[in-house]
Design a protein around this ligand. Structure first.
Ligand SMILES: [Zn+2]
Length: 257
């Protein structure tokens, strides 16, 4: 297709989905990998249909957790609608893994040898509108806020099994992480990862560094193992757990100020 045409056609969804807050509270929920839509002009990126069921396309289960958690807390939720294979909303523009040509051993034909114009179009029409939406919601808030980034991780990556049920990823805001790690460990039934299965850094991630660390906002980046939230019962149960623990986290961090 010509790089002068828009990427998104009239039949393609808006790149972000907002679930509006129904109560006053400190949390803004964001979910970079909640969706797996593909702009129709990209022809499924040349990737087999079965691959779209895998974790490479999206964070399995996290949409259900996010919607349920937003409902329980009455908090704003912003979700990315397009697949991370189209463009990864948790990578800075131009990052080497932003538009992956290979993901967990699967080749993404439609991402190979992309022109600068095609990359720019995905950034302009999918990445930036999503982050502009988050920035607008954060910018309009008048009360203390914590950014809660919701993710899920595959139980097995590159053939290696992961033992953690849940992980808290952190970089500059170690205080928030420490409080939430303690709360999760006190649950008694969880294997809790401290910067596992990934380490949060200023360059590997984008959403937390860009929206929270840059502004000095407290944040939590939460990773839940996908087999625990594969069905609705698991999603509800994890949403209920987080809806119980997040206010305790907020009380603790507010009390320390
Ligand atoms: Zn994710």
């Amino acid at each position: 297709m010509s790089s002068f045409l828009p990427l998104l056609g009239p039949e393609d969804p808006t790149p972000y989905r907002i679930t509006k807050a129904t109560a006053k509270g400190p949390f803004v929920l964001v979910s970079d990998h909640a969706g797996r839509a593909v702009p129709s002009c990209l022809n499924r990126l040349g990737v087999e249909e079965a691959e779209w069921e895998r974790h490479i396309a999206w964070d399995i289960g996290i949409h259900g957790v996010g919607i349920a958690l937003s409902g329980l807390l009455g908090a704003d939720l912003v979700e990315q609608v397009y697949s991370r294979l189209v463009i990864d909303s948790n990578r800075a523009p131009g990052h080497p893994t932003s538009i992956p040509a290979v993901s967990d051993r699967t080749e993404i034909a439609g991402n190979k040898a992309l022109s600068a114009a095609c990359r720019a179009r995905r950034e302009r029409e999918i990445l930036h509108p999503y982050h502009d939406c988050i920035a607008a919601i954060l910018g309009a808030r008048k009360s203390p806020t914590a950014l809660i980034a919701l993710h899920s991780f595959t139980p097995v990556m590159n053939g290696v099994a992961r033992p953690w049920h849940v992980g808290i990823l952190h970089h500059r805001d170690t205080r928030s992480a420490r409080i939430m790690l303690d709360l999760l460990r006190q649950e008694g039934d969880l294997c809790v990862g401290d910067n596992e299965p990934y380490v949060l850094t200023a360059t590997s991630d984008y959403t937390v560094p860009y929206h929270a660390e840059r502004a000095g906002l407290p944040y939590l980046e939460i990773e839940i193992r996908q087999d625990l939230i594969a069905d609705e019962a698991g999603q509800k149960s994890w949403a209920q757990r987080l809806a119980r623990l997040l206010p305790l986290y907020w009380n603790a961090i507010s009390g320390e100020n």
